[in-house]
Design a protein around this ligand. Structure first.
Ligand code: NI
Length: 169
């Protein structure tokens, strides 16, 4: 099932999501739906709050279907190590049509559970590192625009307000 993507302005995007404690078939189905929804929206990462479900789950595929092994499920993820710096343009499915340069760590290690509840650690570089940080931020109610200057952030918010008024958001 493809869920519609929740857009900036919905409070679910700005609150801390709830830890997952039950690893059952319902969770597996939700994760399947999250991948389906992410691909349908042409994204390389999706956090559960972005489909209106405030749980600590994210899916990532920085290859966008090219490498089946690149599909990652992060349940209750925590960033355990950050190293270096990278600066690149970043966007978010919940803030469509906007992109901004964001400085992030270049190498990032995440500790999370898989869909069976098993803990694992994974280290990613470049885009994968960025995805780990961006998606983990989502689960803490934080959006990438919190990492840009206040000036740029206010500009984006003003533009969104106009779009909302025009019924285009
Ligand atoms: Ni996002």
């Amino acid at each position: 099932m493809i869920y519609p993507i929740v857009k900036f302005g919905d409070p679910v995007l700005e609150k801390s999501a709830v830890e997952v404690t039950t690893f059952d078939d319902e969770l597996k189905k939700l994760i399947e739906d999250m991948f389906e929804s992410m691909y349908a929206a042409r994204g390389v990462g999706l956090a559960a709050p972005q489909i209106g479900i405030s749980k600590r789950i994210a899916v990532v595929d920085v290859t966008f279907k090219e490498d089946p092994d690149a599909k990652m499920v992060l349940i209750n993820p925590v960033i355990t190590h950050k190293e270096g710096r990278q600066r690149s343009t970043e966007g978010c499915l919940s803030i469509p049509e906007f992109r901004e340069d964001v400085t992030r760590a270049k190498i990032v290690t995440v500790r999370a559970q898989n869909l069976n509840g098993k803990f694992f650690e994974h280290t990613g570089e470049d885009l994968l590192a960025r995805a780990f940080l961006h998606e983990t931020d989502h689960l803490n109610g934080k959006l990438y625009i919190s990492h840009v200057s206040a000036l740029k952030r206010d500009l984006i918010k003003r533009k969104i307000k106009k779009l909302v008024k025009a019924g285009e958001w």
